[in-house]
Design a protein around this ligand. Structure first.
Ligand code: DHB
Ligand code: MG
Length: 604
């Protein structure tokens, strides 16, 4: 199907927008009126520019507050329309979007709406233009596709059809199944947008919070399937109004948008049982490694040593160390000389049953491929760049061949057996992009977005996981400014966190984040843990949580550069991330560490 995007989805001037969406592979665009009005080029030149970029101008929009008005207003509305039609001819746009009337002057009369739209369609036909009538969710009287279709049918003009916009349909909770009753050739246009599930005024929700399919909470494939069953053969056009995207990098947003459409095509193909546009999903089934780049190998090595890791190998040709405990593998490499941070997470390796296919799928979803020389070993490893710049390597499940390049000794067995999850930090304009990236490329399921209070702000995060919890990520929204603690961390799965905590407490140097006594006073109110258990948690500085499945114990180390380690123990299938404790952890990370000569610098 033709892929289109409304110019309102991306930031920049009209020509910048056209260039970016063409580069991302779109076939066409919806031109938003404001983009044209603010453009220094006359419509003919915009048309030439679009032509030269291989973009078809699918639609011009929006035309507002036309139908179901008193007779004295009709003449003025038709005059307005004539001007737009002439301008559209110059632009080479064959379809105009007509939004349902939102004015208090509109009359609640379908027959009148149909009669006036028929008149408009006759005028449009004189210019070779077709009209797509779109019921806005906040339309004065026409706010559902069922009602809009009734009016279009009543009008009975070949140049008048309906525009279906997923946001208006799903935000109101309308059942998309009824779309199948509309003949495919009367659906003139289809606009697609997702949105987070928010309880808010629908106009505000639509104008500020829409996002690309797969980034919010709507079932877009469930909406598109009945649309395609009607035989609709027009473009699938993204229409996203979003405050962040207006300010974000134009080219990047265009690629993010295209990725969302490709992923949606795959989801709808699954629903319809048709051929998929993508190599089949390969589910990752574990973490192979996490790589930290640091200027301070000694301090980080000291911290890993305290956690029970051993330096098991040194890369044969590169300045990269391998630190291991059981199947938990951490690589320490050198920081790029230009990097402003002393220590940061730069790569993760996931295990895949078919690494080559994983990489092929990632590239088909427009992930930038990375050159092989970055691989931690000389072993052939496929890698792509993720939205926050972290490199993602695909490694063979259960066969860490890349480890052979480290000439590594057998790793020590301790309580820590592997990586439980990795927390990645994203700038504000990459957060939704990241959720879609991991959802489509790795097949991870997103959890709801959550917010945690921080003494100096609010931390937004969203966890993602595969079905069996062997690959879990938490995506956080990075705040800028030196007052904010790092949000990159590696969480290590521990089979006996009490023993680990005891050992770490006994060290002469303080490597653990202190937890305030008030937390433990309140924990008594939250959970009936018994005196002895409660005392043990307090003494060891362990945090606690529980869900319907099981229990969770965790603690954090001090921060080195941008990174800290979390040690976690999941008991009986606990599925969360201890989010209830995040505000306490964030506050503790702002509190200066107690002075101790050997203590690592918490501020990095
Ligand atoms: O918010 C609006 O006014 C508006 C305009 C055009 C659309 O296609 C739409 O879905 C919403
Ligand atoms: Mg719309």
């Amino acid at each position: 199907m033709r892929k289109s995007i409304a110019t309102v989805c991306v930031g920049g001037s009209l020509t910048e927008k056209l260039e970016a969406v063409a580069r991302a592979g779109f076939d066409g665009v919806e031109i938003f009126e404001n983009d044209l009005l603010g453009c220094p080029l006359p419509p003919e030149r915009v048309r030439e520019r679009a032509d030269s970029l291989g973009l078809r101008i699918e639609l011009y929009q929006p035309f507002r507050d036309f139908e179901a008005v008193a007779p004295d207003r009709l003449a003025d509305n038709l005059r307005r329309a004539e001007h737009k039609f002439r301008m559209m001819e110059r632009l080479g746009a064959g379809m105009m979007l007509v939004c349902s009337n939102v004015s208090p002057l509109a009359v609640d009369d379908d027959a009148l709406a149909a009669e006036q739209l028929r008149l408009l369609a006759e005028r449009a036909a004189d210019h070779g233009i077709r009209l797509a009538y779109e019921p806005l969710a906040w339309g004065r009287h026409v706010d559902t596709y069922a009602r809009a279709w009734r009016i279009v049918r009543m009008a009975g003009h070949p140049n008048l059809g309906i525009c279906l916009d997923s946001f208006h349909i799903l935000s109101r909770g309308s059942d998309p199944a009824g779309i199948e009753a509309i003949p495919g050739d009367k659906i003139f246009f289809v606009q697609l947008a997702d949105a987070p599930l928010l309880a808010m005024d629908v106009l505000h929700w639509s104008r500020h919070y829409r996002c690309f399919p797969g980034q919010g909470g709507f079932d877009l494939a469930g909406l598109l399937a009945p649309v395609l069953r009607t035989g609709y053969a027009g473009p699938l056009s993204l229409e996203v109004f979003n405050d962040s995207l207006r300010q974000a990098d134009t080219g990047r947003t265009a690629v993010d948008a295209m990725r969302s459409l490709i992923a949606l095509e795959e989801s709808v193909a699954q629903v319809l049982g048709t051929a998929s546009p993508l190599p089949r999903p390969v589910r990752p089934d574990g973490f192979a490694f996490a790589e930290l780049a640091t200027r301070d190998h000694k301090r980080l090595g000291g911290l890993l040593g305290a956690l029970g890791f051993a330096r098991t190998g040194q890369h044969e040709t590169k300045p990269v160390e391998l630190w291991e405990q059981g199947r938990a593998r951490i690589l320490l490499s050198r920081v790029h000389p230009d990097s402003p941070t002393d220590t940061s997470l730069v790569a993760i390796g996931v295990e895949s049953p078919d690494p080559a296919l994983s990489a092929e799928r990632a590239r088909a979803l427009l992930s930038p491929a990375l050159s092989r020389h970055r691989a931690p070993g000389s072993a052939r490893l496929d890698a792509v760049a993720t939205p926050d710049g972290t490199e993602l390597f695909f490694c063979d499940s259960g066969h860490p061949h890349w480890r052979e390049d480290f000439d590594a000794v057998t790793p020590p067995e301790g309580h820590i057996g592997g990586i439980d999850h990795v927390a990645l930090s994203h700038p504000w304009d990459r957060f939704d992009e990241a959720a879609l990236f991991y959802r489509s490329v790795l097949g991870l399921r997103p959890y709801e977005s959550v917010e945690a209070a921080d003494p100096y702000g609010l931390l937004r995060s969203r966890a993602m996981s595969n079905a069996d919890g062997t690959v879990r990520l938490t995506l956080t929204l990075a705040r800028v400014g030196p007052q904010y603690p790092a949000e990159q961390h590696i969480a290590l799965a521990d089979a006996d966190i009490v023993a680990t905590a005891r050992r770490l407490r006994a060290l002469p140097e303080n490597v653990l984040l202190p937890v305030p006594g008030n937390y433990y006073d309140d924990l008594r109110a939250r959970f009936d843990l018994g005196e002895e258990r409660h005392r043990e948690l307090r003494e060891l500085g362990l945090m606690y949580d529980r869900d319907e499945d099981g229990e969770f114990l965790h603690l954090c180390t001090v921060t080195v550069g941008r990174v800290f380690f979390e040690i976690v123990q999941r008991i009986c299938g606990y599925r969360g991330f201890g989010t209830a404790n995040t505000p306490v952890r964030l506050a503790a990370q702002h509190t200066p560490a107690p002075v101790s000569p050997a203590a690592p610098d918490v501020r990095g």
